[in-house]
Design a protein around this ligand. Sequence first.
Ligand SMILES: [Zn+2]
Length: 301
Amino acid sequence: MRWGDMRRSDNVEDVTGGQPSGGGTPFGGGMKLGGGAMILVVIVSLLFGVNPLQFLGMMDGGAPPAPTPAPQSKATQPGYGPQVAKGAEDPDKGLSVRVLGDTEDVWTALFQAMGSRYEPPKLVLFRRSVVSMCGRASSASGPFYCAADRKLYLDTAFFQELQNRFGAPGDFGQAYVIAHEVGHHVQNLMGTMRDYDAAAGKLDDRRRNALSVRLELQADCYAGVWGFYAAKRNLLEPGDAEEGLRAASAVGDDTIQKQTQGYAVPDGFTHGTAEQRMRWFKTGLQSGDPRNCNTFAAKAP
Ligand SMILES: [Zn+2]
């Protein structure tokens, strides 16, 4: 993926800098869901902790570089932009900031086409733990979107998890993770999430999980829609689609459950199987049309 050619987003809050690099009990608590069953939507309900060594590896000196005093062309912006010396940019952060910027461009155009206005979400880059309006979360919970404060939360150490634990390396796999969370934001703006909350509150666990799967698969499809436009503008490279599909497969509930407990329990699925996640991602990726992402209308998603 040619993410270096994507526009940097201005909607990033980097709070990784103020975190101490050792001590404490960083991976204990997991996540508390605040107010309402599923305000907080997690891409992966990880059932395990995260290896602290992986975090030590990413202690890169924290805050983004200060803007350079040199005059900037219109095309560049302070921070992670091209004016930062090669090697100074944390690639995981750089990718995140630029993929987010690109999703802003794509969804702004798509909302415009629908006669509506896209209000971009904020991306909070954190390390180890973070407090959102949906509660406190640790890195072990994986990236998530909080509808209450309209922010995406990402510890970029998850990208290493994706590669090492889930066997899904590659930058487009990382982009898929971000685009999926942006997909939840799109659902929030479109009112889908509000409808989901209202409906889910009246359901038993099994039915609520089934509805949650549809919500998650739609976010996968929306991630694919973004991918379609990235491809159309020549920002993808050969193999990227496969990388994205591999990531979608790797974070399928069945894949994760089999990996962690040796078998899969379909009623416990909240995100969808590997096959479902790949199929809906592909639906968006091949059509570029959000209207094809109506997982709620599909008889069997
Ligand atoms: Zn999700």
